[in-house]
Design a protein around this ligand. Sequence first.
Ligand code: ADP
Ligand code: ZN
Length: 365
Amino acid sequence: MMQRTIPVRLKRVVNRSYAVRVEVGIVDSLPEFFRRNWGRRRIFIITDTNVGRLYGRRLLRALSLSGLDASMLDFPAGEESKNAAVVFALHSQLLGLGIRRDSCIVALGGGVVGDVAGFVAATVLRGISFIQVPTTLLAQVDSSVGGKVGIDHPKGKNLIGAFHQPVAVFVDPAVLKTLPVTEFKNGLAEMVKIAAAVDKRLFGRIERRAGVIRRGNERLLGSLLVRAIELKAAVVEKDEFDAGLRAVLNFGHTLAHAIEASSGYSIKHGAAVAMGMASEARIAMRMGLLRESDFKRLLLVMRALGLPVKFPRITSRPKFLFALSADKKASGNRLKFTLLKGIGHAVVGVEVPTPFILELLNGSR
Ligand code: ADP
Ligand code: ZN
């Protein structure tokens, strides 16, 4: 038979831009937003048991009182819920409730809810709109913008997922009042990360106001969040699908992933990121990339915020090195780090010679 080649020409022409609104009390204005923009389309709030109790029921009531057709689904709080069984259960419930392509999912909660609800939104009926309402500082500053959604797999964290951008993000610093201190600090670590990696001025602001930040001042947090999200948005705009530039956001993360994994995830992501930043900065200094004075500045800020800076005792070296090599595989068989050259200036793809890693491990015994 004659051979033919048929091109399938696909050009993305849809504009998937969205706005992130940051405002104290903005959760209370969601009904107004939906009434204006969403009309008669159905709304499905997906949340976890904690956030459902704290904010979900109130939001559901407010939406219903505004004459909107809203329902709420929840799943048990915690990283353990980031799995296929939870996603499938949510799919079933949504289909049972008659979800349609023009319905909208509201992800109300921390990073786990954003990941799970976002993945459900990306997959149910081949993908429907969703809105992020992040309620942890970590989700507000980092994970709710950028469109990465997904779940864990027995083989590793975040291995199953998609890029599915939200249609809007609502960041309300007021909900941080009820956040446990450890969770709050996890978010502060990501805030320090983005400042240290790309914005010297933001870093300076955090440095000067560390005490006030730590006490959770809403207005100050709001204004820092605005800047941090602007920075994240700028990176995401240039590299939506994580092909290169987005790696600047990985500062502290190469070691963090290995620290988390080798602790059996008893060390939480934010804490691991803080430890990872301190240790990666030390490596950068030892390699002659980062000045000692900048290294000290970073450590001082993290201490002032109450973040852990000490490299933890690694109980299982094989697990630690295995986790590092998993990162290595991801970047073409070379162990590459995002290291600081100065405050506000991260460089990506820096190869770190093994002795520097061993030095860390030996120092931690
Ligand atoms: P992360 O955002 O760090 O990925 P999670 O989504 O697991 O983490 O949220 C951390 C914990 O904080 C969960 O138990 C969650 O239910 C709870 N939580 C989330 N937002 C709030 C809030 N605003 N107030 C109190 N607890 C919250
Ligand atoms: Zn992170």
